[in-house]
Design a protein around this ligand. Structure first.
Ligand SMILES: [Mg+2]
Length: 257
């Protein structure tokens, strides 16, 4: 695993990435929006939709958000933009045409999982369960001491179903999701299926462990991974300090056109 270069190496002008040949894949929480104590408490910088809109215009529509959040929340946060999107780590997909598809997955076991997780949350004040529709996220940001028992529980829940479910160990969250789709397959799908993306160089920008799939998928297609923050280990090629620096980088990129 190579150590990412400092951000200075990814000066928009010096990077070799140009608006006419780059495709953008953007994580949302921790990348475009600061993480809050609860997922619904995030605050969107007022200028963000304008910046993303200017990038969208600069790259001829080759921009997608790739997030763990459901599509409906992505649209609420980025209003009035409705970008091509992969929600719930790619389990939901919205093409540039606006057409929405959902992965065919069997989540019939979620009822039982949910009962156990709700009991856990009741017993561990500060933890929180988020049922996203196709994934179950157990947050412990406000109860860090619950990390180990939370990890033990989610591992036990899927232990007999590892062929169907996996656990993501994210920033202060364990998330149970069906296998088969991730942020990397989401990138691949846009690059293969969407004329606006095809034959461009993908740049994936993200902050968390699940974004590693996106970095790798971008690299596999001749592109780059840009990590927001200093999480280790990572396969990202570059890093940038924080969310606001990411906004500035995107704005500077859009101005290159
Ligand atoms: Mg993130």
């Amino acid at each position: 695993m190579t150590k990412p270069e400092p951000i200075a190496a990814l000066d928009p002008k010096a990077s070799g990435l140009t608006p006419d040949r780059t495709a953008f894949f953007l994580d949302v929480d921790g990348t475009l929006i600061e993480i809050a104590h609860r997922p619904e408490a995030v605050r969107v910088e007022p200028g963000l939709p304008l910046i993303l809109g200017s990038v969208q215009e600069a790259v001829g529509g080759a921009i997608a958000v790739v997030s763990g959040r459901p599509l409906v929340e992505l649209d609420r946060l980025l209003h009035p933009l409705k970008l091509p999107s992969a929600g719930q780590h790619g389990l939901e997909h919205r093409a540039a045409t606006g057409q929405v598809g959902r992965a065919a997955t069997d989540i019939s076991l979620f009822g039982g999982f949910e009962d156990s997780l709700r009991t856990f949350v009741a017993e561990h004040p500060g933890t929180m369960l988020e049922h996203k529709g196709m994934t179950l996220a157990l947050h412990y940001r406000n109860a860090v001491q619950a990390r180990n028992p939370a990890r033990t529980l989610v591992a036990a829940l899927i232990a007999d179903h590892a062929d169907r479910f996996q656990v993501y160990d994210g920033k202060m969250v364990f998330e149970i999701k069906p296998v088969g789709v991730d942020k990397g397959t989401a990138v691949a799908r846009f690059m293969q299926d969407e004329p606006a993306f095809r034959s461009r160089v993908p740049l994936f920008i993200g902050d968390d462990a699940t974004d590693e799939f996106g970095f790798a998928a971008a690299q596999a297609r001749g592109g780059l991974g840009l990590q927001v923050g200093d999480r280790e280990p990572t396969v990202a090629d570059y890093r940038i300090t924080d969310v606001l620096a990411c906004h500035r980088w995107l704005a500077a990129f859009a101005r290159m056109r």
